[in-house]
Design a protein around this ligand. Sequence first.
Ligand code: SF4
Length: 379
Amino acid sequence: MPVGLYVHVPFCSAICNYCNFNRGLFDASLKTRYVRALEEEIARVSCQPSVASRQSADTVYFGGGTPSLLEPDEIARVVRACEGAFDVAADREVTLEANPETVNQARLAAYREAGVNRVSFGVQSFRDEELRRLSRLHGADRARAAVREARDAGFDNVSIDLMMWLPQQRVTQWLESVDAAIGVEPDHLSLYLLEVYPNAPLKDDMARARWSQAPEEDAVAMYLAAMERLEAAGYEQYEISNVARPGRRSRHNLKYWTDGEWFGFGCGAHSTRSGVRYKNVSSTEEYAERIGCGLSATTDVHHLTPEERLGDALFTGLRLTEGIDLEAIGGRYGLDVWSRFGGDLAPFVDAGCLLRDGPRVRLTRQGMLVANEVMAVFV
Ligand code: SF4
């Protein structure tokens, strides 16, 4: 199976109050050094002792941070570096995560010229007051315009991220955003539940302004109602948090859920290949410096045990609506999976959270609500 290529872009125009990603404020001179370092790190792949031969790749994913803060010619240089180091398939998927306020039609057209063929907008909400509470820089109109501009620029693969269970958001307000999202006709949607981390500035903002999150049963209602509306609008759920029109599933993200392999480039990026997990240094400055001095950016190497590899394959595969093929995975790792885990999984089958269908096991929609408990069986 061809590998996926993930490229991390850690720059943001402002730091959102809920964010715990690996990111920092935009710095033009650091960005220039960073892009050069990315090119260099990618070019060095062929010299890595762990890479025996030139590999085929069929996805490139620019994630962040805010990758749309890179100029189109910088994105083009990184895509070219990928083509130089890998056999990148002609029918590749090249995704750029973009914040609505960073683009216009001309810029999006230039990204297409640079080789990007899928754009994923961090919209989060179509209600301005909710966006303000999250300290996002865009408003709902800008998000709508960005999707239109992407279409006008020729993108036939557009994704939107939405977040639910926002401060002060109740079910009806959440569904307004879902309806608005359906209204702009994206090809793919990712729905995330807001997690308020203990040290997130949002936690203080919420305490100060007395904002609250709806009760947990409302979060459940938000999820179930959104999935129903999206299905009625022609989207198919294929993963716990993701829906797509036919043929528009995220090929890159599917590698994470189908026991695939990928190279990660940039600060904090992970790679998983042949049962080994590599992690790059998290700091942007240190990453650029290490690469600039001829050092490797990788600071952590973990050889997964067969047990960990099996656990990962089951854990991530169960996120897919089609579930996992126990025979295929068992064959790959030399183990009868049901004999090993069946005792712990049976109560979930009895409770209607898991369905066993021949060699396949999958979560029911009810099971998706308690997915973490089910998956804990594997780790
Ligand atoms: S734009 Fe995204 S990565 Fe940047 S601070 Fe906001 S949530 Fe975090």
